[in-house]
Design a protein. Structure first.
Length: 183
């Protein structure tokens, strides 16, 4: 018993299988006939030059897919470091205090810092242990500088790695070897 296999002429990929009982005029073109026991349903199949066979993705397609996946992962890593909390340690009255901050905290830190009139005025900010720490103008400025430096470092590293990923001369192996972690 034979079945009809419909395929896409551009990609060569099999689009559908039709039993012999279906009228030929109802089957989308193009198609070929194969023996029922020759069909393979657990693998992606194609038809090349009229031969039903397993589809092997071309290197150019694998390279493009890998590049796209790596760039998406790189963006996630960039956002994790910009939008996720990073720890910053500063000295407040001779004591090391650690804060978990992200770029999203920058406007609030700047607003608090700008509201302080004199060098002795302070405003509270919670540290990593959720203790309220009174910070003066210099301490707020120190945290702001930490976030700004992190932002510059992350964007520079992101741009460098993105440029490396977009190199058109890379092989699939070289592309896979690129470490997209910022650590």
């Amino acid at each position: 018993m034979t079945i009809k296999v419909n395929y896409d002429t551009e990609t060569t990929l099999v689009k559908g299988y039709y039993p012999d009982s279906i009228n030929y005029t109802l089957i989308p073109e193009p198609f070929i006939e194969i023996e029922d026991d020759a069909q393979v349903l657990d693998k992606q199949m194609c038809v090349i030059d009229g031969i039903y066979q397993e589809y092997v993705m071309p290197d150019s397609v694998l390279l493009a897919q890998t590049r796209k996946t790596k760039i998406a992962q790189l963006k996630l890593e960039r956002n994790r470091l910009l939008l996720g909390a990073q720890t910053y340690t500063i000295t407040v009255d001779g004591v090391f205090c650690t804060f978990a901050l992200s770029n999203a905290d920058l406007p609030n830190l700047i607003a608090r810092q700008s509201c302080l009139g004199s060098a002795s005025e302070t405003s509270g900010w919670n540290d990593i242990r959720n203790n309220r720490i009174e910070l003066n103008n210099a301490a707020f400025l120190g945290l702001i500088k930490h976030i700004n430096a992190n932002d510059v470092d992350v964007w520079n590293l992101y741009t460098e790695k993105l440029s490396e990923l977009n190199n058109p001369n890379l092989t699939l192996e070289e592309l896979n070897a690129i470490n997209i972690n910022f650590n």
